[in-house]
Write a protein that binds this ligand. Structure first.
Ligand SMILES: NC(=O)c1ccc[n+]([C@@H]2O[C@H](COP(=O)([O-])OP(=O)(O)OC[C@H]3O[C@@H](n4cnc5c(N)ncnc54)[C@H](O)[C@@H]3O)[C@@H](O)[C@H]2O)c1
Length: 299
């Protein structure tokens, strides 16, 4: 396995491309937006500089990593030579089904098609391809170059051989893969999202403010970041989409998204990605500038 195509160059796609390229793979990074591709290359460049500063890599490794990445706005061109495709496009079921149908038509036989989806059924994604046995979930965590976990999700038809290949490949990237089955939210988000949703309900019901809720969870539970700040980092739109999948998939009201989360997403407050969520951020940075008690008229 040498040629990896990554579809989508946003938060996750650029990290996935960075990680494969740094480990010597040829990466084709595909996005419908040329601006997104340019931004991704810039982000990768900045993150490599950060690794150099920390002494984790040297200038030669940075150069080699950037050299291993080519960008495309045409999916057929970008995926033609792929041994593995990792799809990290927007979390939208219809979009992913369309992309996988197209990948199944344009890729060479034997290709493994992986999705980085946070919650959409791998079995359903696989069902639109010619070879569902070769479709699998490869759920990286944010930020990809740093986080060790890859949740490897077996669809209903995924073979042992494909699962073993992806487990081994994840280890080659320096990650610790964990194999799970394909049910709504898999493991990571089935447990994480109800906690985030409950934190939002706690705020919504006026039990405590943003800082208080996050501080309780940081200092009391030894979480490195509070659930509301984590939601901002993940993206409030992504959190809402995952909760809807859990709610629809299990039909259990305990997964119903908090009305406050729905309102914030509807108002376009998406978290770090547009500098506005439970906290406010300096545009283009992940640094908090305001961590106030929640005020609905402001947020
Ligand atoms: N953000 C997280 O913390 C996180 C963590 C794990 C998994 N995920 C999953 O990773 C995936 C990507 O999430 P993200 O946060 O990087 O989203 P994002 O919004 O930052 O990036 C999505 C990118 O996909 C591109 N795109 C949309 N349609 C496309 C198409 N047809 N072809 C190619 N590119 C297309 C967009 O232009 C955008 O650049 C989602 O499935 C999400 O659930 C996200």
């Amino acid at each position: 396995m040498k040629n990896i195509t990554v579809i989508g160059s946003g938060t996750m796609g650029n990290g996935i491309a960075h990680t494969f390229a740094q480990n010597g793979f040829n990466v084709s990074l595909v996005d419908i937006s040329d601006a997104a591709l340019q931004k991704a290359l810039q982000t990768i460049n900045t993150n490599l500089d950060r690794q150099i500063k920390k002494g984790a890599i040297d200038e030669a490794a940075k150069k080699a990593t950037l050299h291993n990445i080519n960008t495309y706005t045409n999916i057929a061109e970008g995926a033609a030579n792929a041994d593995l495709v990792v799809e990290a496009a927007t979390e939208n079921r219809d979009l992913k089904l369309k992309i996988f149908k197209q990948l199944s038509e344009v890729c060479k036989p034997g290709v493994i098609l992986a999705s980085n989806t946070s919650s959409i059924s791998i079995t359903e994604i696989a069902s639109v391809t010619a070879n569902p046995a070769n479709v699998i979930g490869m759920h990286f965590m944010n930020p990809v170059p740093i986080m060790k976990l890859v949740e490897v999700i077996r669809g209903y038809a995924t073979t042992n051989a494909v699962t073993d290949t992806i487990m081994q490949l994840s280890r080659q990237l320096g990650k610790d893969p964990v194999e799970v089955n394909d049910y709504p939210g898999f493991v990571a988000n089935r447990i994480l999202m109800p906690m985030i949703n409950e934190a939002i309900y706690t705020l919504f019901e006026g039990v405590a403010g943003v800082n208080e809720i996050d501080t309780v969870m940081k200092l009391g539970m030894a979480h490195p970041m509070g659930p509301l700040q984590l939601a901002d980092f993940i993206g409030l739109d992504v959190c809402l989409a995952i909760l809807k999948v859990l709610h629809n998939g299990f039909g259990n009201p305990k997964y119903a998204p908090c009305p406050l989360l729905i309102n914030m997403v509807t108002a376009g407050h998406l978290g770090v990605k547009n500098a506005n969520g439970f906290y406010k951020y300096t545009a283009g940075s992940k640094d908090l500038v305001v961590a106030d008690k929640f005020n609905p008229s402001v947020a």
